[in-house]
Design a binder for this molecule. Structure first.
Ligand code: SME
Length: 309
């Protein structure tokens, strides 16, 4: 159907996001025959109706409310096969039966959503989801994410923040057994979490492959549960992905690294992300707030991140 190239050429040269949304809504609506196709934009603490095609709609939706507010809050695409089964669905029109809402990313944050309604039940499948995620990425640019455990997260966050194309980072605890652990709990090494950096990046500026190669330059991949002076399972190394599609690139890079090191095995985990809990504000951007604070990474590595072009 080659709708993506059509969308791309339609948007070419137009920098204004509302104008882009308007023409995207028009083209998607006409070509795909949806019942309602449109955008809501994040403004302050709510979503406000943006360009759309179809019948009149609700103008404001609160954070976490309805399908749109849920996609914003949970930062993921929400597919609803039957709107009557979705708790809290907001019925702008009684004719809508199924729905898909895709977040729009801008500089590491959800800046709006693309919302599509259908008059049939169960309209949107995995193929639609992927297509609409690609289409939605045309508004502000695409966004992907990865979780990197590289020992103490203070230095690792400072490092990845410097990489061009990284649009957002936060530190936290991943792949452990306790819900919402505190730093003190993780520090006991009994919760199973690793200190890790959640990185969101624009794949048109920096690829996953490049991020992984940088990652291997700041860790000792042969050291088990120890990076620098930091010892414990919470300082283990690992890369954790949310999207199965990343597995292939990651496996290839792990193989490459093992070959370069001349080893069969290395104690760096490569696993799906099973959970992630952001650490307290105190730990976020710690080395920006305390430039002379503790960092297990030697100062020279930061130029690797700065110089990557
Ligand atoms: N049903 C949406 C509200 C927007 S309209 O479908 C256009 C929701 O539950 O968020």
């Amino acid at each position: 159907m080659a709708l993506l190239p059509q969308l791309e050429s339609l948007l070419d040269g137009e920098p204004d996001p509302v104008a882009r949304m308007a023409n995207m809504a028009a083209l998607l609506h006409r070509e795909m025959g949806f019942w309602w196709t449109g955008f809501y934009r994040v403004q302050d603490d709510g979503l406000v109706l943006g360009p759309f095609q179809g019948p009149v709609a609700c103008t404001r939706i609160a954070f976490g409310r309805g399908v749109c507010g849920t996609a914003w809050k949970e930062q993921r695409t929400v597919v609803v096969p039957d709107v009557e089964q979705f708790p809290g669905h907001i019925a702008c029109s009684s004719e809508s039966r199924s729905e898909i809402v895709v977040p729009l990313w801008h500089q590491g944050k959800v800046a709006g959503v693309l919302d599509i309604d259908s008059r049939e039940l169960d309209t949107f499948d995995e193929v639609d989801r992927r297509f609409l995620e690609k289409a939605a990425a045309l508004v502000f640019g695409p966004q992907r994410e990865i979780y990197l455990a590289a020992g103490c997260f203070w230095g690792a966050q400072k490092f990845f923040k410097l990489v061009e194309g990284v649009e957002f980072t936060e530190v936290g605890f991943c792949n452990g057994r306790v819900e919402n652990p505190s730093y003190e709990q993780v520090y006991t090494d009994r919760t199973g979490h690793a200190e890790c950096v959640h990185v969101r990046y624009n794949p048109e500026v920096v690829s996953l492959e490049e991020l992984v190669r940088l990652y291997f330059q700041i860790i000792d991949p042969l050291s088990l549960n120890r990076q620098g002076e930091d010892v414990g399972t919470r300082y283990r190394t690992g890369i954790y992905y949310k999207d199965e599609r990343d597995r292939e690139v990651l496996s290839r890079e792990f193989r490459r690294e093992k070959e370069a090191l001349g080893v069969e095995e290395m104690p760096v985990e490569l696993l799906p992300l099973s959970c992630f809990y952001p650490a307290d504000e105190y730990h976020q951007d710690y080395l920006d707030k305390h430039p002379d604070g503790y960092c297990h990474l030697p100062p020279a590595v930061f130029s690797l991140a700065r110089e990557r072009r």
